[in-house]
Structure formats: C-alpha cells, structure tokens
Design a protein around this ligand. Sequence first.
Ligand code: DAT
Ligand code: MG
Length: 155
Amino acid sequence: MAEKQQTLVLLKPDALQRDLLGEIIRRFEMKGLKIVGLKFIRLTDEMLDEHYSHLTAKPFFASLKQFMMQTPVVGMVLEGFDAVSEIRKVVGSTNPREADAGTIRADFSMNVPSNLIHASDSPESAVTEVKRFFSDAELFDYEKITDRFIFGEGI
Ligand code: DAT
Ligand code: MG
C-alpha cells in the first residue's frame, strides 16, 4: 500500500549558480510531487556536521561543507505517495556519471560534490531532516485541483 510521505530536498549551490533551480523544481512538479515547504537556507558548519554526520570520517568532509556553504541553498519539503523513494529515482545516484540517463543528476551534472541536489534517503531520515530544516509553521497543507488526477481516488 502506497504511503503518503514528506521528504526534504536541498538545491545545492551549484544548482543556484548554474541557473538550474527552475528546471529542477519543474521536474519535481511534473512528477506530481506537491511542494509543501520552500525557502532559502544559509547552511552553517553546525548544521552540516549534523546533516552529513554519516560522512564525518571521510577525507572530503571539510571540502563538502565548504561547497555547501558557498551560497544559500533552496530547501524544499515535497509530499506524495512514496515520496522518499520516488524522489531518489528522479534525482539519480550520488555519482552523476553512474546515474541513469533521464535523472536530474545524470542530465545536468558530472561529478561529486556538485551533484545539484540533496534528497532524504529513507522514510526515517526524511522525518528527521524535515524537522531539522523546517518548523511546523513553514509547512503548508493545501489542496490542488490536480490532486485527484495525480494521486487517484481515495487521497
Ligand atoms: P547522496 O547525496 O546521494 O545521498 P551521500 O549521502 O552518500 O549521497 O553523500 C552526500 C554528499 O556528499 C553527496 O551528494 C556528494 C558528497 N560526496 C559523496 N561522496 C563523495 C566523494 N567520494 N567525494 C566528494 N564528495 C562526495
Ligand atoms: Mg545522503
């Protein structure tokens, strides 16, 4: 049974610099993911220590943090059935050169860390990451006239 989920996305400094924010958001919209939160975030060292805590021992950790702090990032919370795994499909593998053609990373990027997007990797991390970056007041529950056509009956 499909589960309605929320997931966290960050559009990284390379997406902003390369004028790809609109294109990436358009792909999420076309997939049928509903934007329930959207804002600029200026990431700090402390936020990144927490967000990338699974990578602290990696030799590239310090340069990854520098990369992520170059400009503000665009934070988004997207909602939909199985949104966490669906969005990872649309985004593609971490290494853009191994990502499937047609994914955002394969189509628009060439290397790590400049792979354009962060997207939560499990339902559990999505819950933690949405809370990390968005307050309840910044998340919006609303109906769209297309909901019935995208999600089907019984939403
Ligand atoms: P993902 O972003 O696909 O969830 P991850 O959580 O393993 O991947 O890594 C987070 C980010 O760290 C990734 O988007 C880009 C950067 N990164 C991963 N592996 C790297 C490497 N070998 N060299 C440089 N940056 C890397
Ligand atoms: Mg990850």
